[in-house]
Design a protein. Sequence first.
Length: 292
Amino acid sequence: MNGAAMFKMTLSMAIFGSIGFFTGKTGIPAVELVFVRCICATLFLGICWLISGQYKVEIWNKREIIQTLVCGIFLVLNWVFLFKAFEEMSITVAISIYNLAPIFVLILGSLFLKERMTFTSLLAIIICFLGSIFIIGIQNFYSLTQFIGSGFVWALLSALCYAMTMLLGKGINGLSAYAMTFLQTMIGIALLFPFMNFDVFHGLSGSNWLYILGTGLIHTGFVYYLFFDSLRKLSTVVISALVFVDPVVAILLDTIILDFRPSILQSIGILFIFGGIIYTLIKPDINPEMEV
């Protein structure tokens, strides 16, 4: 096992786990924050792309470029929806729902890619669904206004867009990780520019700017560099396990620094969601013949 790659992947996930904390300190809305992230990531990874010399050997395929750009749209929407969820609910709750993305991959893969859904997958989906209901609170499902205002919709949309990003990214093999991310963040800049309100940057404190630049340079540029540099040197099982460092750090920061205290039902819901996801990773299919 590549120890250096494991360290880089763990560090990238740990840093990304603090993004919810940073987001709350920036003082700007979700769209403007994602716009800054896209600019910082484009500059940072573009420079890394040039220094590495990878741009000289890129294989540009029209189908892959289009697929990468569409994937980039979902990636940017995923960020916007996640940050909007942070504005409406606690980091712990938002991150827990956001990590339903692998479950959405199972569902979408079964619906559109005709992939077989096993008993294990179906059981995990049911467990995670119950967990999401416990997290948001059953009472919030009684009123549409309460449901929308809870932030649950934003967190759910972020998970869905993240799942689409993973599915669309599957078939991209010719482009390097640098080229792929560079194209995605460029499309993010173009996509968000018409919706920008530059007035939100007026009157920000020095501390706000530190958190904004930290979110762009550290949580986007540096983290993506570490992530992509280690991604292809690790097995899928190891990557799937290390990805859980992200929500663990996010939940610890939320409970220790921001004093979030989940209710008993929310705690059960969090355990259900992460239990269901881990179950799909370590539990073999109970009945390989069963299809849904």
